[in-house]
Design a protein around this ligand. Structure first.
Ligand code: NAG
Length: 311
């Protein structure tokens, strides 16, 4: 059961949500958005006016050196992640614009596939999903709940080492912990191993690098985004229209759209039912970023009516 879940911290967060806010939240970086105590870190902040659309220059002809850079300018990056460098965010100073672009250059098809609207929507979807995983926001946060993506770089006080000893292909190294790190909160030895192999670092021996080097951190998130894991398609293929549903996908109503990326990331916990707060948070970030990028959100934003992937 645990092996089908990419993001164990999210599973834990969901369990905490059901059981107790106080008992588990310290171990779950991504759960900060519903953490009431978080408010007390910002006692005197006032609400600020929310920003609407944003003007930018885009080289739709591909003349720009980086296609992602033409979609998300440095200024827009700052608009999206308004509070990532606040002193209260554990990741302050970590997730630089340069590191995002350097990681994106390793995956040229990210934000580089399809027409301009498709490319923008994919980038918005990726940044929305990683924002949910790393958010420090809450309902009444300054600038709203969706101005707090990229606030965490590492799971706080992980309760376990996330070592699945049954994964003989990716054996854990003694003394190393495979807890959530980076924008997608990469977790478990069976994810650190292949991520490191694909990206050229020792994922099993040096998992700490994911929370120490922002370029590696973003690369692990993009690796997850770009890589299919049967029977799951890649999030990239879903967002650029390359997804071809199998008969099982059709029977499970797994239709393309942002909601399907949520299903790929954490469907076992969040999909096939309605009223899931994590899903609303993911969608909220996506709407916000699509607005800033001036692109429509497309269809099938949630995953309430699609079944999760089975093992
Ligand atoms: C499939 O999902 C769509 C929304 O994405 C919904 O309108 C439709 O009713 C669902 N179909 C089934 C059979 O559940």
């Amino acid at each position: 059961m645990a092996r089908q879940l990419f993001l164990h911290p999210v599973l834990l967060a969901a369990a905490c949500l059901l059981v107790s806010v106080v008992l588990c939240n310290a171990g779950v970086a991504q759960a900060a958005w519903w953490w009431p105590r978080w408010d007390s870190l910002f006692p005197s902040r006032g609400q600020q006016q929310h920003h609407g659309g944003y003007d930018y220059h885009d080289n739709g002809d591909g003349s720009s050196k980086s296609r992602v850079a033409s979609i998300v300018t440095q200024e827009l990056y700052g608009e999206m992640f308004k509070h990532k460098d606040d002193a209260a965010c554990p990741a302050h100073g970590f997730y630089t614009y340069a590191s995002f672009l350097a990681a994106a250059a390793r995956f040229p098809e990210f934000g580089g596939d399809g027409d301009l609207a498709t490319r923008k929507r994919e980038v918005a979807a990726f940044l929305a999903q990683v924002s949910h995983e790393t958010t420090g926001g809450w309902a009444t946060a300054p600038d709203g709940p969706f101005a707090w993506g990229l606030c965490f770089k590492e799971e706080i006080t992980p309760p376990i080492d996330y070592c699945d000893a049954s994964s003989t292909q990716w054996p854990c190294v003694a003394g190393k912990s495979y807890h959530g790190r980076g924008p997608i909160q990469l977790s478990w030895n069976f994810n650190y191993g292949p991520a490191g192999q694909a990206l050229g670092f020792d994922g099993l021996g040096s998992p700490d690098v994911v929370a120490a080097d922002p370029e590696v951190a973003f690369k692990t998130a993009l690796w997850f985004w770009m890589t299919p894991r049967a029977p799951k398609p890649s999030c990239h293929d879903v967002m650029v229209g390359r997804y071809r549903p199998s008969a099982a996908d059709v029977a499970a109503n797994r239709t393309a759209g942002y909601g399907l990326t949520t299903n790929i990331i954490n469907g076992g916990i969040e999909c096939g039912k309605s009223g899931v707060p994590q899903v609303d948070d993911r969608i909220g970030f996506f709407r916000e970023y699509c607005k800033l990028l001036r692109v429509d959100v497309g269809t099938n934003l949630d995953c309430a009516q699609q079944q999760p992937y089975s093992s």
